[in-house]
Each structure stands twice: as C-alpha cells, then as structure tokens.
Write a protein that binds this ligand. Structure first.
Ligand SMILES: [Ca+2]
Ligand SMILES: [Ca+2]
Ligand SMILES: [Ca+2]
Ligand SMILES: [Ca+2]
Length: 430
C-alpha cells in the first residue's frame, strides 16, 4: 500500500488592476454670467462647490485607495469669464498601475445682455431761431428718463436705473443757433455694469421759419359819436398765426396811439370825448420782423338832441272837427332825425282818442336834418287837451307838449293856450 500525496491543481484568477473612479464636486454643468472684462478669471477655488477638501473633484482607486488631487490633476483653468462660451475643466488621475481616469466639468459663460435705449418722441423738426432742449416741456423731444433729465431711458436685464447721457452734436446745451437746412443729432449712451455701452440717436432738422401773419377783424375804421350808440365800444380785434401753422392770436400786442397828442395811451380809449386814435396790433414769432395792422378809431363830439319848434294846433278847435297839430323838428348834428311820436297826454274825462291813426311811432327813413311833422285829433268832448310830441335822433329824445281848449259851440273861436312847455331836455319850444 502506498500513500501518496495528491496535488490538487491550484486555480488563480488574475484580476485586472482597476481604473480609478473620479467625479466632480458641485454643479456640473456650471453656469456663470459674463463679467466685465478684466475683472477676474474663474479659478478652481470657485468651482469645487463644497468646503475645501480637494480640488474640485475626488478620486479613489480599488487598489490604491483615495487619490489626492493637486493642481497638476486639473486642466482648463482658469477660464476668462469676460468671454461668453462653453469651457471644459478636466480632472484626471492615474493609479499606481498606470490606469487613467478623468472627469469633465462643463463651464458655460453666459453672455451679458446689452442695455436697450428707448427714445421718447421721434426725430425732431425745429424752426429756424428756435432752441432745442431735452426739457420736459419741449413738445418735440421730451424728458422721460427717471434718472437723468434727458429724452431717453435705458433698460438692462442685469442692471436697473441705468444712466443715459445725452450729447448734442452742437457740443453744448441747449442746441441753438441752428442753421436752416442743417441736420443735428443728440446721441444717447448708456453703459451697464458689464461695461457694455450702447447708443441711440435723435435727428434734429432745422427748417425755415416763415414770417407771421396778422389780419384785422373789420372794420378798419370805426367812427362814432361820444356817448352815443356805439357804447359800449367792443374792439373787434385781430387774428394772427406764426406763418407755420400755429395760432398766435393771443400773443398780439396792442398799442393805442393818440393822434391828437402824438403819444400813446394805456387804454381803453376814452369814449366820452372827441378823439382820433390808431390801434396798432403787432405780433412776432421771435425770429422774423414783427408784423402789424392798424385800425382807426374816431370819436366825434357829443350828440346834440333834436329840437322842436312851432308846436301848434289849427283853429278853430271845436268838438267833432279835425284839429291839426304840427311842429317843426330839426337836428343840428345833421341828418339824425330818426323818429317822432304824438301822444295824447290829457283830455276831458271820457274822451276816446280819435286820431285817424296819426298818434303812433313814426320812423323817419332815411334820417332827416329838419322837417315838419303833424297829426290829427278829432275831439269828442269840449275841454282841455294836451298832446306830447317826442322826437329821437337815435341817441337823445326831445319832448314837447302843447295844450289847447276845445269848445262845443262852433260859433265860438277857441284860442290857443300859451301853455307850451319843454318837458325833457331843455329844447326850446315856442
Ligand atoms: Ca487601480
Ligand atoms: Ca447687461
Ligand atoms: Ca414763423
Ligand atoms: Ca343829434
């Protein structure tokens, strides 16, 4: 019998040396907004995303254990974050066996958005002689920036309250002394915190400035009598525009020249005395020669009232027989007699006016300077009658009365009363 060792074959599995495992800390991909040029670069310090323990990545190996990383394990840093784009930061390790592993962090630098300038109002046309400003009350461009008093404002995705600067092509504010046909500019600029500057431009065209126009509201001459029917005198005025479509009637300046004294008066024209005046209406558009029109205002002397003379009745004056009443009337100012009217002021009780329609208001047309007027009265009762005559020249009225007796007996002769009187205004009546 024999004893022998049986050698069992030994099986050894050869396992390949394993590659390290590597990963990044923090965000991946990593986004950052573009920053102003020259500010700083993106470094590893900004990337690892957790309390500093290693460079922005970690690596372990089955055989080697933890593999510490140094700057030598990182490539792709620093990144110029003033330049938008996509960048790779590569972390790599090699284990003791020579196995290589890497992890990549993608860094995206997002571009800054440019500011946007908005102009308030459009391009501007101004007339020669006018001045352009950015003032709020300028009807053409208008102040609208909440930060600076200029006619534009800026908005920006990243910034608020961006300042807008307005620069005139004339080099100074306000823009003035502009030449007809000239083109000028206001350049607006704004810069955001990333250093990005943008511009906008307003064009200012200077055009001709036409002379103003003025015209008189008729009549060109006013003549009236002091204290007469022209009162109260309301001046018809004038109207004006600047020659470029703008009504400037309210800018008319009135000068009243007293042609008697050769001077001027502050106005209003005194209407109670004779006088001769020229009203001068003038406007200017601040650029062209002022233009004027004139009105003549003549005030003639005070009115003289009409006169009544020879107010009498026909004889005899008997009941039932027509009695004629007549008078001579005149106006020393000329053809100013406008109307006359006979009225029965007193009569015996119970009398009815029987006048053949002659006791009424009579219009004198055309007006006359002198004439004889008459009326008829047919008395029904005996007694005392008083008739009034009123004569008007359109301004003043003269009134006279005449009293006479009427008798029953046709054989009796009635004599005229000497009772003529002047009633109203000192007119002498015979
Ligand atoms: Ca290994
Ligand atoms: Ca921006
Ligand atoms: Ca004008
Ligand atoms: Ca008169």
């Amino acid at each position: 019998m024999s004893m022998g060792l049986e050698i069992q074959p030994c099986s050894i599995e050869v396992v390949a040396n394993q590659h390290p495992a590597i990963g990044v800390y923090g965000e991946n991909p990593y986004h950052i907004t573009q920053l102003p040029e020259g500010t700083y670069n993106l470094t590893e310090d900004m990337l690892h995303g957790r309390p500093y323990a290693n460079f922005g990545a970690h690596a372990t190996d089955w055989e080697d254990g933890a593999i510490p990383l140094t700057g030598d394990n990182v490539s792709g840093l620093p990144i110029d974050i003033s330049t938008p784009g996509s960048y790779d930061v590569t972390y790599s390790v090699t284990d003791s066996y020579g196995n290589y592993a890497e992890a990549i962090r993608t860094v995206t630098v997002v571009a800054d958005e440019l500011p946007v300038i908005t102009m308030c109002g459009d391009n501007v046309t101004i007339k020669f002689g006018e001045v352009y400003t950015e003032a709020d009350d300028n009807a053409q461009g208008s102040y609208c920036s909440p930060v600076t008093s200029v006619g534009a404002f800026a908005t920006d995705f990243e910034d608020i309250d961006l300042t807008v600067t307005a620069t005139p092509s004339t080099g100074r504010w306000p823009m003035q002394d502009l030449v007809i046909g000239g083109t000028y500019y206001v350049t607006y600029s704004a810069t955001d915190s990333f250093g990005h500057e943008v511009f906008a431009q307003r064009t200012i065209n200077c055009i001709e400035n036409s002379p103003p126009n003025i015209s008189l509201e008729p009549p060109a001459e006013v003549v009236f009598v002091a204290d007469s029917d022209a009162l109260p005198y309301v001046d018809p005025g004038a109207k004006a525009d600047d020659g470029d479509g703008i009504d400037i009637t309210d800018q008319i300046v009135i000068v009243i020249k007293d042609n008697t004294s050769g001077g001027t008066i502050a106005g209003p024209i005194p209407l109670h005395f004779a006088g001769n005046y020229t009203m001068e209406y003038t406007v200017t558009d601040q650029v062209n020669v002022p233009v004027s029109v004139e009105r003549s205002v003549i005030i003639e002397g005070a009115n003289l009232p009409p006169t009544i003379n020879g107010f009498e009745n026909s004889e005899p004056a008997n009941v039932g027989i027509a009695v004629y009443l007549y008078a001579s009337i005149a106006d020393l100012d000329g053809e100013e007699l406008r109307s006359y009217e006979f009225t029965l002021a007193a009569a015996p009780e119970g009398s009815i006016l029987n006048d053949n329609g002659t006791f009424k208001l009579n219009t004198i047309d055309p007006p006359s300077s002198s004439m004889t007027v008459n009326a008829v009265l047919i008395p029904e009762k005996a007694g005392s009658y008083t008739v009034k005559l009123a004569v008007s020249d359109g301004v003043d009225t003269a009134v006279a009365s005449h009293t006479f007796e009427v008798v029953e007996d046709p054989l009796n002769t009635v004599t005229q009363s000497a009772d003529n009187t002047v009633v109203s205004d000192g007119t002498v009546v015979s």
